[in-house]
Design a protein around this ligand. Structure first.
Ligand SMILES: C[S@@+](CC[C@H](N)C(=O)[O-])C[C@H]1O[C@@H](n2cnc3c(N)ncnc32)[C@H](O)[C@@H]1O
Length: 274
């Protein structure tokens, strides 16, 4: 993809970072601990300690911070959205982490020149990012190129879902959302949130308690997840088998997978075998 085309896509892209500035205001120790727990649970206890960690599409910087708290030797966080890199820098400052230990760089995983300057990492992490780049398979190849020998790749990619409200239909809804004026966006958010809460009530779960206690394993809030889901465009998806096969052909062995139903993110841990 040419730089010009990428910039075109990126201009239309949703800025997750605008939400994160808000989110960080409410970030507490419990949310940080949940982020640490989610990394450790999937990668294995103690696996980050002493390792280099590359966070592609760092967003708020929460998971880079979690990696540091879990003992990573050096963390590099990249994101093309200035709002995101500013959020990560805010966290770095707040937690008094030296910039030598936590490098934060504004740049895209699709930018060959930029990624050439990045160090290959022991753990390359990209959660919910590659499918938002506008060129998922190339982004995945570039991420793979940053996994060092015997290193680990931890990625989360949207599942290809063909049932009712399929991935294809969501692509249309998201396109509409990002192109709509603010008021329509708000209405769509309320509609989607409302639909979720009503379906909880139908299943005899208390929707008010659900929102109040809403903290997914990754420490996000309910309304923030609603906005991120609707606005998350560009949007691509793949079946677990497609991702596994793609990585296998590039010398990576699947060691762990978490399947999601519907349109959620499947999570994968791969090891570089050569
Ligand atoms: C859904 S957010 C996930 C953020 C974070 N990884 C997390 O788990 O909270 C997607 C992130 O990918 C970033 N992103 C989009 N295009 C990218 C690209 N070409 N290269 C790197 N990051 C990108 C966005 O700016 C955004 O911060």
């Amino acid at each position: 993809m040419s730089k010009e085309l990428y910039e075109n896509i990126y201009e239309q892209a949703f800025s997750f970072g605008e939400n994160w500035a808000e989110y960080l205001k409410k970030l507490d120790a419990e949310k940080i601990q949940r982020a640490q727990k989610s990394l450790e649970e999937f990668l294995g206890k103690g696996t980050i300690k002493g390792k280099t960690f590359l966070d592609i599409g760092c967003g708020s910087g929460l998971f880079s911070l979690a990696a540091i708290k879990l003992g990573a030797r050096e963390v590099t966080s990249i994101d093309p959205d200035k709002n995101s890199t500013e959020c990560a820098k805010y966290l770095r400052e707040k937690f008094k982490i030296p910039s030598k230990k936590w490098k934060i760089l504004k740049g895209s995983i699709l930018d060959k020149k930029f990624i050439k300057k990045l160090p290959k990492a022991d753990i390359t992490y990209s959660w919910g990012v590659l499918h938002h780049t506008g060129d998922m398979w190339r982004a995945l190849d570039n991420a793979i190129s940053l996994v060092r020998k015997k290193g680990t790749l931890y990625i989360a990619i949207y599942n290809k879902y063909t049932g009712p409200l399929s991935s294809k239909s969501w692509l249309k809804i998201k396109k509409l959302y990002v192109r709509s004026p603010k008021l329509v966006k708000k209405a769509m958010e309320l509609l989607y949130a409302g639909e979720q809460l009503i379906s909880l009530a139908i299943r005899l779960k208390n929707p008010i308690a659900y929102v109040r206690n809403y903290k997914t394993d990754r420490g996000m809030s309910f309304m923030r997840d609603v906005t991120d889901w609707l606005g998350g465009y560009p949007y691509e998806y793949a079946t677990p088998a497609e991702i596994e096969e793609h990585c296998k052909r590039r010398g990576l062995k699947l060691v762990k997978i978490k399947h999601r139903k519907g349109t959620g993110c499947n999570e994968f841990v791969f090891k570089r075998t050569c």
